[in-house]
Write a protein that binds this ligand. Structure first.
Ligand code: ADP
Length: 445
């Protein structure tokens, strides 16, 4: 098997929300590196620069960050899995992460020299990250929090309320008790944080606004195309039936040449009608209300679809095996969605499997309560070349071999399947060996 394509999307959320979830996951990855840095850099500083940093506390803090980050990692995974379209959970975790990061950084700064610590620059990164993932107002609050924590630390050390931890070998003289330096430093520190916060959140909110505008424009364009497509259906249907009436001889005998031409017109009109209907199906995905979901017997549904291909399968002498999962009976979904998914996948398997080929379909449920479903559809057909694999889910894409074996495909079936799978937050994998066959594996939850 030469290549695996995988789709895994969350349903019902906007691009901006997807972006937030991606950013949160990205920051979790960055934090793994930061945790290792907390443990390794002081040790390197001691070994290379000859400083005398107490390593125990840094190792302890590094391990703590690792632990906290594992909790974030697990929690975000749970949120993603459960399809929580309620974004409030994600905003909460973004907020929690920013606050905890600022607290941990302040502790690190305390143990690496307070106002003398070069680590203080790292607040700027926090502010940038916060400006990216939180709204402007919240970002200012985080900036105030960071300023407050750092100023308190420095002032508490200045007034001797908490001890100052100096790193011997770092600076030629101590600065934590020099009033002018402390107050001047704090002024520039706080203003740097606010300027960073202002600049980054302004750029970030401008980008978000452009993002929303683009999304709206895209929606309008889709609406326009949908309207045109819809308007095309009735006249196309009329053209086809009228031509059929003439071909069938109801308007009198036709010269052979005219008849041949009209048959071609009718065939083209039928194909256009199929295309229009497929496009309308594609547009319809996403507008679906999940309240319409019912318990569906997937085995029965697949049986019904197979039956509609019976004559094609017989004619091509294809051996079709359907292995039904024992436990699997009902799956909660919209019937039309499941029908579209399985009819498109089975249609492809039949269409792209030459005579005397094999098709194997297997249903399985992955967990109790009929909440997760896995279906495998394997054929011994024409297969897909490695370079085409990433394109097959794109609208109107058809491989050269597919066009040869089935002239009248639309290239829209898999786009429809992909969109529905996205809606259910499921995954679809495809494995294929060119000239030998293709397997689609579908996981829905
Ligand atoms: P259509 O089948 O109408 O062309 P689809 O969107 O269903 O459109 O499929 C897109 C393309 O993916 C097909 O044209 C074909 O090249 C490839 N494809 C899909 N299913 C299979 C399959 N079972 N075997 C080989 N190629 C396939």
């Amino acid at each position: 098997m030469n290549k695996k394509n995988q789709f895994s999307y969350r349903p019902d959320i906007t691009l901006l929300q997807k972006e937030l979830i991606r950013d949160i996951s990205w920051f979790i990855i960055l934090r793994w590196h930061a945790a290792l840095g907390i443990m390794i850099i002081p040790w390197l500083a001691n070994s290379i620069l000859g400083l005398h940093i107490k390593l125990n506390i840094f190792i302890f803090l590094g391990v703590m960050v690792l632990f906290i980050n594992s909790c974030y990692f697990y929690y975000v995974r749970v949120l993603k899995k459960r399809h929580l379209t309620d974004m409030v959970y994600f905003y909460r975790i973004a907020d929690l992460q920013s606050n905890l990061d600022i607290i941990i950084l302040t502790i690190l700064i305390h143990y690496s020299g307070g106002i003398e610590s070069p680590l203080a620059f790292y607040y700027v990164f926090h502010i940038i990250i916060t400006a990216i993932i939180t709204p402007k107002r919240l970002c200012y609050i985080h900036t105030a929090f960071a300023s407050l924590l750092f100023s308190s630390l420095v002032l508490l050390e200045y007034f001797g309320i908490i001890p100052h931890v100096s790193i011997s070998g770092l600076l030629p003289l101590e600065l934590h008790d020099k009033g002018a330096y402390i107050f001047g430093g704090l002024f520039f520190f706080v203003s740097t944080l606010y300027i960073t916060s202002y600049l980054t959140s302004t750029i970030s909110s401008r980008l978000k606004t452009s993002y929303i505008e683009l999304q709206n424009m895209d929606r309008e364009k889709t609406q326009f195309t949908l309207k045109i497509t819809h308007e095309l259906r009735a006249p196309l249907g009329a053209v086809r039936s009228l031509v059929k009436v003439i071909i069938d001889g109801y308007t009198g005998e036709l010269p052979q040449k005219v008849r041949e031409l009209l048959v071609r017109v009718e065939r083209r009109a039928s194909f256009l009608l199929i295309m229009v209907n497929k496009l309308l199906e594609l547009f319809a995905v996403g507008k679906i209300k999940m309240e319409e979901a019912i318990d569906i017997d997937i085995n029965l549904l697949i049986d019904r679809i197979i039956k509609s291909y019976e004559s094609r399968i017989k004619e091509a002498q294809i051996k079709l095996t359907f292995k039904k999962g024992d436990k699997l009976s009902l799956f909660r979904a919209r019937e039309d969605d499941m029908e579209l998914i399985f009819s498109n996948l089975i249609d492809n398997a039949v269409k792209y499997t030459p005579e005397k080929g094999d098709i194997f379909i297997k249903t399985m449920n992955l967990a109790d309560n009929n909440k997760r479903l896995k279906v495998l559809i394997r054929d011994s057909g024409i297969g897909i070349k490695t370079e085409d694999m990433e394109n097959i889910f794109k609208e109107f894409f058809r491989t050269r071999d597919a066009k040869e074996i089935a002239k009248e495909g639309t290239g829209l079936g898999l786009s429809i399947v992909k969109k529905i799978v996205e809606q259910y937050g499921g995954k679809i994998y495809v494995e294929s060996e060119y000239g030998k066959g293709t397997t689609f594996t579908l996981e829905l939850q």
